[in-house]
Unconditional design. Structure first.
Length: 311
């Protein structure tokens, strides 16, 4: 009776007790997953036919190599250097049942470089911090295999995550964030605490930061979706990231140079015309570039001549 009820529930039939009404609990995505004491992920499911061809095809597509084989069991690995990360996938398969077991082995050299913050074995979990890029790549590989058997993906492995980005995109994003922070710091250092002038410089600062951030976002999206997600060669991705980074840096330097002159002109107008202060007016004028200073002197001379004529 118990076997019959279990088989019936697998087909979607719910048995109801007339004495006590109970709601059938829905199976969550992570209910079929197991982790042993060593942190190895495991998932078992039923199959109808021989599926070794499917496993071999998946391993070839995702660059896994078979290193051990028995009658109903095969071990695949992914990773060229044992000193770093090596992903293991152990497949036990017979005519009606398949059990997948996976884990990530961390090499001694990588553990030493991380001051042994990395454990010898990383679990196949899509959350956390240590080795997150490698763990999420392993999750995506296993999800692709599970999808071929119409199984649910690994729990919490779907959705957007910064670790899913290509390395070139991550490096470019970090460089852009650093450049925007330096850009904002330099502009903030130019702000002068004076009634009326500070508000103007703060508004200009906000506008300029928004401009450089918007341009950086467009350049990043162009690289990420145009190159990083399409190109297969790593050197092409890195070359594209380097080119975009150079263009962004040149744009930031251009905006800094242009805005520096505009800020000096605003200070000259404030200290020399609106709120005259001899010392600050002289300092602001001397800080102007030679060309702008000559134009300013010519405008003042023209203005003085006009006043003399009127008198």
């Amino acid at each position: 009776m118990l076997l019959f009820q279990t088989a019936a529930e697998a087909k979607g039939v719910v048995f109801v007790n007339t004495a006590v009404w109970k709601k059938k609990k829905k199976r969550k995505e992570g209910d079929a997953e197991r982790y042993n004491r060593e942190g190895q992920w495991s998932r078992g499911f039923d199959v109808r036919t021989e599926s070794w061809f499917t496993f071999e095809n998946w391993a070839h597509e995702h660059k896994y190599h078979m290193v051990a084989c028995k009658a109903h069991r095969r071990l695949y690995t992914k990773g060229n250097d044992p000193n770093y990360y090596t992903t293991y996938v152990d497949i036990k398969h017979d005519a009606s049942r398949t059990v997948l077991t996976a884990w990530i082995q961390v090499g001694f050299k990588l553990r030493a470089l991380s001051f042994f913050l990395l454990p010898p074995t990383l679990p196949i979990t899509p959350t956390g911090f240590r080795g997150i890029r490698t763990r999420r790549r392993a999750c995506h590989d296993l999800n692709n295999l599970l999808e071929r058997f119409k199984q649910l993906p690994i729990h919490q492995s779907e959705g957007l995550h910064i670790a899913d980005m290509d390395l070139s995109s991550l490096l470019l994003l970090g460089k852009m964030i650093f450049a925007v922070a330096v850009f904002t710091t330099i502009l903030s250092a130019r702000i002068e605490l004076s009634p009326g002038l500070s508000n103007f410089l703060m508004n200009e600062l906000f506008k300029r930061v928004m401009i450089i951030s918007g341009c950086g976002a467009l350049l990043f999206l162009a690289h990420h979706f145009g190159v990083a997600r399409r190109a297969l060669d790593s050197w092409k991705k890195m070359l594209s990231a380097a080119g975009v980074g150079i263009v962004f840096t040149a744009l930031a330097v251009f905006l800094l140079t242009r805005t520096h002159t505009e800020d000096l002109e605003a200070k000259v107008n404030y200290h020399c015309l609106l709120h005259f202060n001899a010392n600050r007016c002289s300092s602001a004028v001397q800080a102007l570039p030679d060309k702008q200073r000559e134009n300013l002197v010519q405008r003042i001379q023209t203005f003085q001549k006009e006043i003399a004529v009127k008198k």
